[in-house]
Structure formats: structure tokens, C-alpha cells
Design a protein around this ligand. Structure first.
Ligand SMILES: Cc1cc2nc3c(=O)[nH]c(=O)nc-3n(C[C@H](O)[C@H](O)[C@H](O)COP(=O)(O)OP(=O)(O)OC[C@H]3O[C@@H](n4cnc5c(N)ncnc54)[C@H](O)[C@@H]3O)c2cc1C
Length: 316
């Protein structure tokens, strides 16, 4: 069996794509698990799950210890060999605990998962983005966490038949207690779902100049502004919601315009899957041009106003 779990519904749908492919190759069924969300079950079936296990429980909040024991109990009943978990904060904690409990192999933050001679092989970025580790599992179960946006969900198939199984599991209450949860400071920007992103980097001289980027974003339909790490983390000109890259958000827009961004691997890691990449940089040797479909060599202070008004004229 191939088991899929994330506390993020969208991420579960993405993982189901890969799970279905692995399931076909391994001749195994795909099981999706939802803890406390029966309303997701039908959608999971329509996106590739053969079985959806709905856990009925009185648990109110995610706690890795308790969720680990739920997944462990499912794996005991179904003998899952491959476990795909969404790579967010909760998912990573859960995967690590599950692997320790089962004495299983676990690879985090995979960007590629494939089968070679029936052996599961993964690829992930290591050494701050300077290398890719290729790893192969030698024993089962095999636990993998996959980041958001690595796979697209399969198109919805209302005819995909499957089974919804309800299970009551009340794990032993963990001795830890969540004392307080605090929402992160946010400007309500969602770069991960944006279709068009205009991003700024250290090529900008002062905070006010970022208006050049938001003006361009405004005339395009995306209206979303992204940035490199120094803009959010060091200069704090924009909130962390805008930060794109290895340690920021991973994005997959149809159009990504990088303005005054050098194109270091850690930035590229977050936007390399964009549809069309346009780079504006005054240095013709800038690394960003290697990843770009279109490059404009020039001073962004001259290029951006001209580009914005040309687009405005064209699309109104
Ligand atoms: C562990 C680790 C994780 C990291 N994670 C991330 C991450 O998630 N995201 C991220 O972005 N970075 C990340 N970094 C940092 C990364 O290595 C780079 O330092 C960063 O991306 C550089 O940002 P930048 O391109 O804006 O600035 P710079 O590298 O300083 O580049 C500025 C660019 O602007 C151009 N420029 C200057 N003036 C103009 C002008 N007037 N017109 C046009 N072009 C101009 C320059 O030619 C230059 O190419 C990480 C680093 C580490 C070690």
C-alpha cells in the first residue's frame, strides 16, 4: 500500500498524484488518510485515492505524538510500504517520529521520487542548494516528505471508484501541552498560489522604490509581489510572506519577473518551476539569466517604468 497524509488538504491532493503513479508501478493500492475531516474524503477519491480512511477522533489540535500513533495504527492494519507525507512543519515532525517508532528510513523535502528496479529513489537539495542528494531506500517502510508545489494534483475524476472507511482511533493523550499559538505576521500575500509574480531583490536602492515592482504587478493580472531573502529577512522592506526561495516560499506561477535579483541557487530553488521567467538585471553576467526564458539587460530604474507603461498601453 502507498499511504498519503498531510494536514493540508491541497498538499494531500498533490501527493496523491505521485502516490497513484507509484501505486501503479508497485501494483499497490493508494490510501489517503484524513484525521477528523470527513468532508475531504470524496475529493481525495476523485483525485486518485483507492481508499480514504477517515479517522474519527476527539483530538482538537495537531500534536505529533498523537498523530504518529494514529498513522502507526493504520500502518499496522494495512501494511503500508511507502508513506508520503506533506513537507510542512507538522508533516516533518510527524514523519521523523513515525520513522523513529518504526525504525524506518525517512527522507525529508524530496523534490523527486522515482522507482529504479522497484527501489524507491529520492532527490533533495542539500548544502544550501549547492548539491542534490540522490538516496535509495534499502528497507521498508519507506517514509518520504514532499514539499508543496512539487506535483500538481491530478485532474478531478468523478468516475474514479474507491472506498471510504471510517475508523475510530483515540490515541493515548500525549504528556505535552500546547500553551499558546500565535499567528505569524502577515500582509495577507499568497505567493504560493499566484499566477503572476513580480519579484524584487537587492538591486533596489531603497524601500520606496519597490513601488516600481508593485506598479508592474498591478498592471498584470497577478498583482503579487515577491522578493529575495535580503529584502524580507535583512532589510525587512517586505514581510516574510513575499520571500521566495529555498528557505522561503516555493512558487510555480505562469509568469515570474525577477527584478534586480542575482539568481543565487537558493533563490532559484524557490521559483525554478515557474512557467515563463523574465529577468531584469544590469549585469549581463548575472546568474539569473541562466534560468530565464527572457532577459533584459538594463537598469531596473529605467526598464521597469517603460515596461509598465508599455504593458498598460497594450492591455489597458
Ligand atoms: C541557507 C541559505 C538559504 C537561503 N535562502 C534563500 C531564499 O530562500 N531566498 C533567497 O532569495 N535567497 C536565499 N539565500 C540567500 C542567497 O544566497 C542570496 O544571497 C540572495 O538570494 C541574494 O539576493 P539578491 O539577488 O536580491 O541580492 P544580490 O545577490 O545582491 O543581487 C542583486 C542583483 O541586482 C542587480 N542590480 C543592482 N542594481 C541594479 C539596477 N539598478 N538595475 C538592475 N539590476 C541591478 C545586481 O547586478 C545583482 O545581480 C539563502 C542563503 C543561504 C546560505
Amino acid at each position: 500500500m502507498v499511504l498519503v497524509y498531510s494536514d493540508d488538504k491541497k498538499l494531500t491532493l498533490e501527493l496523491l498524484n505521485k502516490a497513484q503513479e507509484l501505486g501503479k508501478e508497485l501494483h499497490k493500492k493508494v490510501i489517503a488518510v484524513t484525521i477528523g475531516h470527513e468532508e475531504f474524503a470524496k475529493e481525495f477519491l476523485e483525485h486518485g485515492a483507492d481508499v480514504v480512511i477517515v479517522i474519527e477522533t476527539s483530538l482538537q489540535q495537531f500534536k505529533a505524538e498523537e498523530y504518529t500513533s494514529i498513522l502507526q495504527s493504520i500502518m499496522k492494519d494495512h501494511g503500508n510500504e511507502v508513506v508520503l507525507i506533506g513537507s510542512n512543519k507538522n508533516g516533518k515532525e510527524l514523519a521523523a517520529r513515525l520513522a523513529a517508532k518504526l525504525d524506518a528510513g525517512c527522507v525529508m523535502d524530496c523534490l523527486k521520487v522515482s522507482l529504479h528496479d522497484k527501489k524507491l529513489t529520492t532527490e533533495r537539495i542539500v548544502y544550501s542548494g549547492n548539491a542534490i542528494a540522490v538516496e535509495e531506500f534499502t528497507t521498508a517502510p519507506q517514509i518520504i516528505t514532499i514539499q508543496p508545489k512539487v506535483f500538481d494534483p491530478l485532474p478531478r475524476n468523478e468516475h474514479h471508484k474507491g472506498e471510504i472507511v471510517k475508523k475510530k482511533i483515540e490515541p493515548e493523550h500525549s504528556p505535552s501541552k500546547i500553551v499558546k499559538t500565535q499567528e505569524m505576521k502577515s500582509e495577507g500575500v499568497n505567493v504560493e498560489d499566484a499566477e503572476i509574480i513580480v519579484s524584487c531583490g537587492r538591486g533596489f536602492k531603497k524601500k520606496e522604490d519597490i513601488k516600481l515592482v508593485s506598479d508592474l504587478a498591478d498592471v498584470l493580472k497577478g498583482r503579487t509581489v515577491g522578493c529575495s531573502r535580503p529584502i524580507a529577512a535583512d532589510l525587512k522592506w517586505l514581510s516574510e510572506d513575499h520571500w521566495i526561495g529555498l528557505s522561503g516560499h516555493k512558487v510555480k506561477p505562469k509568469l515570474y519577473i525577477a527584478c534586480g535579483i542575482s539568481g543565487q541557487i537558493q533563490h532559484i530553488a524557490g521559483m525554478r518551476d515557474s512557467g515563463v521567467i523574465v529577468a531584469i538585471n544590469k549585469d549581463p553576467e548575472a546568474l539569473i539569466f541562466k534560468s530565464a526564458d527572457y532577459g533584459i539587460v538594463g537598469d531596473l530604474y529605467e526598464v521597469l517604468p517603460k515596461l509598465t507603461s508599455a504593458i498598460k498601453e497594450k492591455i489597458g
